[in-house]
Design a protein around this ligand. Structure first.
Ligand SMILES: Cc1cc2nc3c(=O)[nH]c(=O)nc-3n(C[C@H](O)[C@H](O)[C@H](O)COP(=O)(O)O)c2cc1C
Length: 204
């Protein structure tokens, strides 16, 4: 079993990375392989809404690294997304990444365990995890339960380690996601069938 952890921060060794590493360390202790993928330092542009991916097996027309990461996420059994809080929301590069990841790969996400976390100096944590969880809910992912909202405090790189309660929440995400993954691996229950999609807009 493998979990991909997405680091939205432009800082590959910053606070978001430190928090994601704590999640991944617990998953690894449970025998689950992990990989942290930095997206915040890539030059990812926003979705063009061109529809190319829907006609080309989920391949994005833009050649900037998204397709390679999307392939990893599709193959993975679970997904963790971490963001630094920028103006009480997720950072811009992560938003571009998630729009395109979910537009190209939403169908592969169904019932996979997912978790979000936000790191921040002071305010805007809960709105930021809600920004990420909306992607999970749209794609019928199972949101990993946490002991408290997964918001961890720190400003300069490494400071999140001082938020001992926050780091405990991060470890809890790893353990709880491992539990969900093991339950799924042992379950004989079939996933519910999907009805053909009903699409309706409000233009009459
Ligand atoms: C453009 C920008 C906007 C920010 N906005 C907020 C904010 O709204 N609330 C907050 O508490 N911290 C804010 N911060 C601080 C970062 O969230 C904080 O330093 C975080 O630990 C950075 O994580 P990183 O090291 O993984 O990049 C902001 C930082 C930047 C650069």
């Amino acid at each position: 079993m493998k979990v991909i952890a997405i680091n939205g921060s432009p800082k590959p060794g910053g606070n978001t990375y430190t928090a994601l590493k704590a999640v991944c360390d617990e998953l690894e202790k449970n025998g689950i392989e992990t990989e942290i993928v930095n997206v915040g330092n890539l030059k990812l542009t926003g979705c063009r809404g061109c529809g190319y991916c829907s006609k080309n097996n989920g391949k994005c027309v833009l050649d900037d690294g998204l397709n390679e990461i999307a392939a990893k996420v599709r193959e993975a059994d679970g997904l963790v997304v971490g963001t630094p809080v920028y103006y009480a929301g997720i950072n811009g590069t992560l938003k571009s990444f998630l729009d395109r990841l979910y537009y190209t790969s939403s169908a592969s996400m169904r019932f996979k365990p997912a978790a979000s976390l936000a790191v921040l100096r002071r305010s805007g944590g809960v709105t930021s995890i809600e920004d990420i969880n909306r992607f999970f809910l749209f794609s019928e992912m199972i949101i990993t339960p946490t002991r408290y909202w997964p918001v961890i405090h720190g400003q300069t790189p490494g400071q999140v380690s001082l938020d001992t309660e926050g780091m405990q929440i991060a470890r809890g995400i790893g353990n709880n996601m491992a539990y969900l993954l093991k339950m799924q691996a042992e379950s004989k229950v079939e996933k519910p069938a999907m009805e053909p999609k009903e699409t309706m807009n409000f233009i009459r």
